[in-house]
Design a protein around this ligand. Structure first.
Ligand code: NAI
Length: 391
């Protein structure tokens, strides 16, 4: 069975490796020959490393590489039963690629997009047979990250999400289903991790070292928000925030900040440019400077960010963006959160979460701090997200 991938950049080449490792013949198409050569070279290095570490035998590595075809013409995708597009994040370019693709593949081939932020419905609308179009959102690096968000558009055949769920499971992934809304699950809920931390910094409630330490030591996150934004790159992180905010009709919870905007303006993009929130020019790039912080302050800083994340997760459930279990799995598997946010809410107590949100709202009178209706009603009824579990 042939799987087609369009775009051999960071995501496309990773997804190709996943599909080939699952035993499929993969046709990787890119319109730049250099990109294909680079992808082939990178794959060879990755496979060599896996062999060195004993994770693959050299025969397995050779057959994974052998199942890749690198193609510079889209026509090569003709035999594919599933094509996953991972090209530049530009709606017009994606639409034109989907139109062209439809004229090449079989009538029943499934056409998926790896877009992080565009509407699946508008990509599907460019096709004659929109019912076969779906979002299939992998996380970077695709061979390592378990999560895949499956996003049916309004037009998608209702049988398709289930079929892809089964397929992704066979590829060793953990699929979750999300509504076609800005940021899907992960990129929507994760916004608060960054934006609330920046608020704390802007209000002078903590330094970035203190906030990073608090979220790691109290929250159990692998990286603090400022370290993580520096790692992702402010150009990328700011663009996602702005895109989710704009697409959600300027929802105040997703509002971008001048603090991050100015970093982008200055070209201080994070680790990749040597400087972002932290200055990496004179320190080792493998560690950022962290100073000890008093524990009561750490707790307050971390709790404010975490309750905003919980509120966001509750709202995603309330608006039926995804199921309870999918929301919790998405945040642990897509961005390595230490635990599911809805389970976290149960552990803290729903009434505690509600009162923390109310306290923030009463203090700021800013709609970004409004409590999710779901959190409020659970608190009023003494209910939990996981009533079947004893905590
Ligand atoms: P990239 O810039 O690394 O790779 C894009 C590749 O597409 C390039 O090799 C380019 O030559 C090729 N390309 C561009 N236009 C083309 C066309 N018309 N026909 C054929 N090939 C074409 O980009 P990256 O990071 O791999 O992202 C690809 C997609 O995946 C985007 O939609 C992005 O939003 C999404 N995505 C990115 C993630 C990330 O962390 N980088 C995570 C999840 C989704």
């Amino acid at each position: 069975m042939y799987i087609g991938i369009i775009g051999s950049g960071a995501m496309g080449s990773g997804i190709a490796q996943v599909a080939a490792t699952a035993g499929h013949e993969v046709i990787l198409f890119d319109n730049r020959q250099e990109a294909l050569e680079q992808a082939r070279e990178n794959l060879r290095k990755i496979l060599d490393k896996l062999v060195e570490k004993g994770r693959l035998s050299s025969e397995e590595a050779a057959s994974i590489l052998g199942r890749h075809t690198f193609a510079s013409e889209m026509q090569a995708l003709e035999p594919c039963v599933l094509v996953i597009e991972a090209i530049v994040e530009d709606l017009d370019v994606k639409k034109s690629v989907f139109r062209q693709l439809e004229s090449i593949v079989a009538r029943d081939a499934i056409l998926a997009t790896n877009t992080s932020s565009l509407s699946i419905a508008s990509i599907a609308a460019s096709c004659d047979h929109p019912e076969r179009v779906i979002g299939l959102h992998f996380f970077n690096p695709a061979p390592v990250m378990k999560l895949v968000e499956i996003i049916p558009a309004l037009q998608t055949d209702p049988a398709l999400p289930g079929k892809l769920q089964q397929w992704m499971t066979e590829w060793g992934k953990y699929p979750v289903v999300a509504k076609d809304t800005p940021g899907f699950i992960v990129n929507r809920i994760a916004r608060s991790f960054y934006s609330e931390s920046i608020r704390l910094l802007e209000e002078g409630l903590g330094t970035m070292e203190e906030i990073d330490t608090a979220l790691k030591e109290v929250g159990g996150f692998r990286m603090g928000p400022f370290e993580l934004m520096d790692f992702i790159g402010h150009d990328v992180n700011y663009a996602v925030t702005e895109s989710v905010w704009t697409a959600c009709y300027f929802e105040p919870r997703y509002q971008p900040s001048f603090t991050q905007r100015r970093l982008v303006d200055a070209g201080w993009l994070g680790r990749k440019s040597g400087r972002g929130f932290y200055d990496y020019r004179h320190t080792s790039t493998s560690e950022s400077p962290i100073k000890p912080v008093d524990s009561e302050k750490q707790r307050r800083l971390a709790e404010r960010v975490i309750v905003m994340l919980i509120n966001e997760a509750a709202d995603a459930l309330y608006y039926q963006i995804a199921s309870r279990d999918d929301i919790d799995q998405a945040m642990t598997l897509g961005v390595n959160y230490p635990k599911g946010l809805l389970r976290w809410a149960d552990e803290w107590g729903i009434a505690t979460c509600e009162s923390r949100m109310n306290r923030l709202f009463n203090n700021y009178h800013d709609p970004r701090y409004r409590c999710s209706p779901l959190l409020r009603s659970l608190a009023q009824n003494g209910e939990r997200f996981y009533p079947e579990e004893n905590i």
